[in-house]
Design a protein around this ligand. Structure first.
Ligand code: KIV
Length: 272
């Protein structure tokens, strides 16, 4: 049982600020369904992210762009039914908040009302400020997301490390400060140089959670299917694989097929 599990019965946005102040790192993982969320929550994770990476991981799309608000609500409500302790953050999908703050508020309200999620995450900086502010007026906590923002993949063209150049790094720092000023309770920084991420974490008083952003931030997030080794098509440097489930599950399926074909399954004890 983790220290965090003993200390916090339920994780709230306030607990996360407290963790930052106390120097306790925040652990965050994705989940998109009931069974995975149950395991992740019982393990003591602080934040479950119902990420729009479900578009890739669950639906097999090449990008996160196609996933819809209805699909995100379906995934998030499955996670909520399993969840007891973690803070559940739900991604607002592409096209549901950019350039229209009224639409952003409607989308966030639908997520909160129909899934029971605890907070929403939006990608972008100052340019989405109006949407963030409007969502916050409804009392909905907002997590920011800067650096590599997969919903803008066609603008950047690649999934390479962001903000390596001075100008982009300065813009990222400005955007991070703006998100804090708007009232975001935390910020995800994806695939940026470790030194820059550490500087952002030291500058902000809200927690900064990194993915491919080094160890100098306030917490870490990974896509659960990646860290379990269920996916195996890519191996970014930042990804630590804790299991090789692709191989282990494949082996179990092969054994099952073989047992069925050879009539070994079911045996006498496995029938009525
Ligand atoms: O959708 C997602 O899984 C994410 C994480 C990579 C941070 O946004």
């Amino acid at each position: 049982m983790s220290t965090a599990k003993k200390k916090y019965k339920r994780i709230t946005t306030k607990s996360l600020i407290e963790m930052k102040v106390n120097g306790e790192k925040i652990a965050m993982l994705t989940a998109y369904d009931y069974t995975m969320a149950k395991i992740v929550d019982h393990a003591g994770i602080d934040i479950i992210l119902v990420g729009d990476s479900a578009s890739n991981v669950m639906a097999g799309h090449e990008t996160t762009l196609p996933i819809t608000l209805d699909q995100m609500i379906y995934h998030a409500s499955s996670v909520i039914r399993a969840n007891e302790r973690s803070l559940v953050v739900v991604d607002l999908p592409f096209g549901t908040y950019q350039g229209n703050s009224r639409k952003a508020l409607d989308s966030a309200i639908r997520i909160m009302k129909e899934s029971g999620g605890h907070a929403v995450k939006l990608e972008g900086g100052k340019e989405i400020g109006e949407s963030i502010l409007r969502i916050l007026t409804a009392g909905i906590p907002v997590m920011g997301h800067l650096g590599l923002t997969p919903q803008s993949i066609y603008k950047f063209g690649t999934y390479t490390v962001r903000a390596k150049e001075k100008e982009e790094a300065a813009k990222l720092i400005e955007d991070a400060k703006a998100l804090e000023e708007f009232g975001c309770f935390a910020l995800v920084l994806e695939k940026v140089p470790a030194k820059l991420a550490e500087k952002v974490a030291k500058t902000l008083s809200i927690p900064v959670i990194g993915i491919g952003a080094g160890g100098g931030v306030d917490g870490q997030v990974l896509v659960t299917h990646d860290m379990l080794g269920m996916t195996h098509e890519f191996s970014p440097r930042f990804l630590r694989r804790y299991l090789d489930l692709y191989a282990e599950m494949g082996d179990a399926f092969k054994r099952y097929i073989s047992d069925v074909k050879s009539k070994d399954f079911p045996n006498e004890e496995e029938q009525y």
